[in-house]
Write a protein that binds this ligand. Structure first.
Ligand code: HEM
Length: 366
């Protein structure tokens, strides 16, 4: 295996450890009787996944893109925050580290926007601001279930910005730009109104997420590239399936409104975090990992295995949630974790043993 940037590995590793610990914590929260090194672990499943894993990875990717040394402070802080959460430093030390990481990501985007003021950079900057706001509210003592949509907003808006960037969607017509900003505006209106009415705020957030899903589904280049072959087709399938899950999570939030933890909460959140966010990760992994590590990665048709496993088992989990069938939810959730492990295994194998010659792919997957 050739890794041209080994110094980035520890940061990536911190994110991966948070993912694995988060998976373990999630299984415990599903009711699987598994040993826990720390009794506090299940309570930090969400923060580990969103900040320890995704926050660290997104900050690392953006620090690489900016190319300044100070920018690596952002993934370092959120990565350390994730480790702190695992060690049981729930409040306030780990939260402060994560808060610092999100502040760092906002700073990275200010520098990126200064360098390239465009709709897509500003969109991603807005995403970082939503992460920061959610973290501030969490630090102030709000329960995760009340602020989790700020974190979802962070990921939805950041990913929308990345698609604008990667798929060169930024040459938008005025009407397309206006409808994109409308969907973002609805999402923001929902988030800010959750404070006065949690119930209705979440419904409006749901409308915003559904709007964003429709917009991305209609305008993404994936609708055309799905007719190609190999990696390009794989990426398009992941992206389009992700938009379907994003739309579904939006509709669930719209219908259920702000709910307490339980099956409806589980269904809405995981349609989003697993169905949408992981589809995007599956799609971008063959582009992002080589860029971050400087290591080639080869597409293998075997990648479809983790995609299909996650799709089918997530359906089972949601069926369990929505029909109040605990076994379906529990087994579905366990297999969701298996799908993510399979993804990691497939990724490591294809980086460790790149098949020659590697097929060059454009950043937009075409
Ligand atoms: C793949 C296996 C996963 C399992 C087994 C799992 C399991 C769970 C369970 C059982 C809950 C509690 C639901 C409730 O109380 O009603 C939960 C909540 C949550 N999950 Fe997951 N999850 C998984 C993946 C993910 C991923 C990948 C993310 C994010 C990227 C995520 C983010 C969250 C968040 C933010 C919450 C809310 C936490 C809270 O209220 O404290 N989960 N998860």
């Amino acid at each position: 295996m050739i890794v041209r940037h080994p110094r980035r590995l520890p940061l990536l590793a911190m994110g991966m450890v948070a993912l694995l610990a988060g998976l373990w914590a999630g299984l415990s929260r599903l009711g699987w009787d598994i040993p826990l090194l720390r009794p506090t672990l299940p309570a930090v499943h969400g923060p580990l996944m969103v900040s320890g894993f995704l926050g660290t990875l997104i900050s690392l990717e953006r620090a690489v893109a900016l190319g300044r040394r100070w920018a690596y402070a952002a993934p370092l802080l959120s990565g350390l925050g994730g480790l702190g959460l695992m060690a049981g430093l729930h409040h306030p030390a780990a939260q402060l580290l994560i808060l610092g990481g999100s502040l760092g990501l906002v700073a990275i985007f200010l520098a990126i926007i200064h360098r390239r003021p465009a709709v897509y950079t500003m969109t991603m900057g807005l995403g970082a601001l939503l992460w920061l706001t959610g973290n501030l509210l969490w630090f102030a003592g709000r329960p995760v279930s009340h602020i989790v949509f700020w974190w979802a907003g962070f990921l939805a808006v950041t990913i929308a910005g990345e698609r604008l960037e990667l798929a060169r969607l930024q040459q938008l017509s005025r009407i397309n730009r206006a409808t994109f900003l409308l969907a973002l505006g609805i999402l923001l209106a929902g988030l800010t109104s959750m404070n006065s009415s949690f119930e209705w705020g979440v419904r409006i957030v749901g409308a915003g997420l559904t709007g964003l899903a429709l917009w991305l589904g209609l305008h993404d280049i994936a609708r055309r590239t799905i007719r190609q072959i190999g990696l390009t087709r794989f990426i398009a399938i992941c992206l389009l399936s992700g938009y379907v899950w994003l739309g579904l999570s939006g509709l669930l939030a719209l219908v259920f409104g702000g709910v307490a933890p339980g099956p409806r909460y589980d269904a809405t959140l995981h349609a989003f975090f697993l169905g949408f966010v992981f589809a995007m990760i599956f799609a971008h992994a063959p582009i992002i990992f080589p860029a971050v590590l400087g290591a080639p990665m080869t597409f293998r048709p075997l990648f479809y295995a983790h995609v299909v496993l996650l799709q089918t088992t997530l359906l089972l989990r949601l069926l369990g949630d929505l029909t109040l069938w605990p076994a379906g939810r529990q087994v579905g959730g366990l297999l969701n974790a298996a799908a993510l492990l399979l993804f990691l295994a497939n990724t490591v194998v294809s980086i460790a043993k790149p098949a020659a010659p590697a097929v060059p792919v454009n950043a937009n997957g075409s």
